[in-house]
Write a protein that binds this ligand. Structure first.
Ligand code: SF4
Length: 309
């Protein structure tokens, strides 16, 4: 049995699965995320959320393949890649793998040092570009990511603390295909981390439990901890915060989002959309691929180094 205070109930394994299926289906329907005809590419990291959503989509009858990107973040990447491969093999699912070091000549710690970007910025840029590219080249209709309610509420909290209107306007569970970008959707926005961990447990899904070592001590985790403290005092506050934003605030920002999209050019090197002449990803690869490899320990913050050692 799992106790879910926000639903004011205890759930057995069967009812927990029903709850998860229902919440995913509601998110998909409410935001017109997917159709049964779509070819879906799931961005999988080896963590509970991305493996759970892949499992849920396949179980529901969707045509979903996986894409894993080896980021070169020490043992964390070695372990997470193993979990993804075993998950796909055991279920006979199609998995594509990109290894940044083998395929592009760099890894995230090296890209961070070579470009001066913080590691998560180099990582986010690499993942976004490679998921988009793989979806378009592979003829997929939509990219699915495993962002859950806790992730989205934490991002919303951070964007609100800074009143970052541009990010707030784009913080939507569906980004339609446009300007050379594929459609992207987040079917887990109505489900929490805890519910996804429980889904994996009852479905026998093994996943990498450790967080990326670079995440330790970052602001995103601090926002999650703050929201968890509020949720403990006031069950349901997190979903009211995020789902209320989607319902009442996001429509007011829709015009801002369209205006901010601006005019895009084609990158002179790769042909993909960019605001300048050469896209940020091509510039990152150019610098990182000629830089001496940098071990992950060298790019950890002081707090992350303490947690890693
Ligand atoms: S925490 Fe790790 S996996 Fe996540 S964006 Fe940062 S570097 Fe990438």
């Amino acid at each position: 049995m799992i106790d879910l205070p926000r639903h004011n109930a205890h759930f057995c394994a069967e009812h927990l699965q029903q709850l998860c299926r229902r919440q995913m289906a509601k998110a998909v329907d409410d935001f017109d995320m997917l159709s049964m005809e779509d070819r879906i590419l799931v961005a999988v990291s080896g963590g509970k959320d991305s493996l759970a959503i892949w499992d849920m989509l396949v179980e529901a009858g969707y045509r979903a393949d996986g894409l894993y990107i080896g980021l070169g973040i020490g043992e964390y990447s070695t372990d997470s890649g193993g979990y993804v491969r075993r998950f796909a093999e055991q279920r006979g699912l199609t998995l594509q793998v990109i290894d940044l070091r083998d395929d592009y000549g760099y890894d995230i710690p090296t890209a961070s040092r070579a470009t001066g970007r913080v590691p998560c910025s180099a990582c986010g840029l690499s993942k976004r570009r490679l998921f988009d590219r793989a979806a378009l080249q592979g003829g997929y209709d939509v990219v699915v990511t495993g962002h859950n309610l806790d992730d989205e509420a934490a991002v919303l909290f951070g964007n609100t603390l800074r009143w970052d209107i541009e990010y707030l306007a784009r913080q939507l569970p569906v980004l339609p295909a446009a300007n050379g970008f594929p459609k992207k959707v987040k079917p887990l926005i109505r489900l929490t981390e805890r519910e996804m961990a429980a889904w994996c447990l009852v479905r026998g899904i093994d996943y990498v439990v450790e967080e990326c070592p670079i995440a330790a001590g970052n602001k995103h985790l601090a926002y999650k901890e703050s929201l968890n403290a509020i949720e403990a005092r006031s069950p349901g506050a997190k979903s009211a915060f995020y789902l209320g934003f989607l319902d009442r605030m996001a429509p007011l920002l829709a015009g801002y989002s369209a205006a901010a999209a601006g005019q895009l050019n084609s990158c002179e090197r790769c042909g993909e959309p960019t605001t300048g002449d050469i896209c940020a990803f091509c510039r990152l690869v150019e610098k990182a691929a000629v830089h001496d490899p940098v071990p992950v320990e060298m790019v950890l913050s002081k707090r992350a180094r303490k947690a890693y050692s």
